[in-house]
Design a protein around this ligand. Sequence first.
Ligand SMILES: C=Cc1ccc(O)cc1
Length: 178
Amino acid sequence: MNKTFETLDDFLGTHFIYTYDNGWEYEWYAKNDHTVDYRIHGGMVAGRWVKDQEANIVMLTPGIYKVAWTEPTGTDVALDFVPNEKKLNGTIFFPKWVQEHPEITVTFQNDHIDLMEESREKYATYPKLVVPEFANITYMGDAGQNNEDVISEAPYEGLPSDIRAGKYFDENYHRINK
Ligand SMILES: C=Cc1ccc(O)cc1
């Protein structure tokens, strides 16, 4: 993709893969103006994936976007995308329990919302682990809004490479070999 991002509409429907400077690899989709989907390929909670997380998504100035949300785990996230420079800055605020028991969160969260809410009550919240990092965007795709094929299966080794190699989506941005 080599479009220039100018409006909020340019951003909505975009699918990103990026690697934080600490090595953590994330895949994230601006599904619509209030919803995000994502998959985590590397880092403390690699293997986790989430659909239909409600988020606040705004354009700060042409081509620069801020996204923020709070999760059923109690994790808070704030992302600032500068897609024209293939960069973003993200801060993740993990409750202590996620740092101590990351394995509880490494799943398809949508099927285990009750477990996340029980765990956030059962285990410690503080002190939080704050992870502020820049990331380099390694892939951008124009998936269109509300495309359920973008994030539709668990992360597997090599998935980001398959996407970057053009082996994962067809010309209509539907998953191949579904
Ligand atoms: C905890 C979720 C999360 C999703 C995307 C991202 O870049 C950072 C955190």
